[in-house]
Design a protein around this ligand. Sequence first.
Ligand SMILES: [Zn+2]
Ligand SMILES: [Zn+2]
Length: 351
Amino acid sequence: MGAESDWINMGGECAACDVYATFPKDSQGYCPKNICFASYHITYSTSCPAHAQPIGNPCTCDDPYVPDPTKTSCVLDQYSLSLQISPGQVEPSKSAKIIAKVIDTLTGQPKEGVTVGIKVDVDVTSGGHVHGESEAPRGKGTLIPATGTTLADGTVSFTFGAPEVSGKHSFTAQCDNPTCTNNPITAEIKVMVDGLSTIPGDPSLYVLIGGEEGKKHHDNHYLTDDAKSQLVVLAINYHFLYPNQPVLHLNDASLEWGGLFDFTGNWKPGHHEHKRGTVIDIRANEATGAVPFNNFDRFEKIALDAQINADIHCTSDKIDHQGRKAPDCIGLDGSQDSNRHYHIRLMGVAE
Ligand SMILES: [Zn+2]
Ligand SMILES: [Zn+2]
């Protein structure tokens, strides 16, 4: 078997490899070379390779085997699967197209009719949710359909519905029929709000709070660049007005990649807004560093002057059992809500 055995000696005659025609030996007693124009048959010298029978001339691969590119052995048709995700990230609650493509690795041609199965998974602590699944299982988003069949161009597409929570998701796909040589394969997508970065430390203007040890989210101060500029204006003006009082104490803004900020770690709606890097909470209760009640009016005025929307939020937006409700959250007994804070829309609009 091999490249030099394009012809074989069959007694007084020589057999061409691809046709039944015979040729006489030359004057030295050898079969003539270069008469073979094998296309799909395997040539052999002593016996047929595995998965082939001496049918035709000289060997024919058993179905479903086919000759390899050198036509020296019979191999199963080989397919290769790839996944295309463009552009590799998607906003929370939006959808993305995942395209699987199958090609025949022997011919390079797309393969129609291949069943491709796919599933989605999630890195449970990604997107700044260090709590992982300590409180509840994390949603993976939706992926439709779960299996599909390749079209004439070798592709089949799936739709990923991103959850409200940002993070890293992965897809695992495999050809079920026929088998691909690179089964299974995976690809990743980031569910994220683009363009957020953390608020730089500046103790002369503000103090960052809320990401302490034991909290469900340690990295809680991400904003857009425009929102950061607005925050600095607010902090400078407040400090200018009250130079001898504590600077603003900044609690939760957005997570690293934005998306739902489930401050209790249960993947359910928690903070209202705080998803797109334009909202931040500022301490305004009786704790250390809070904007004191007596400063509320002037604080709201400097916010308004910078076209920033500053609303007092309490534990509940309804009147609680002690009668506390925004805008001041002071109860019938004069007590203040320990959760009271300013919910600041830095760009002046709701997210
Ligand atoms: Zn979380
Ligand atoms: Zn808030």
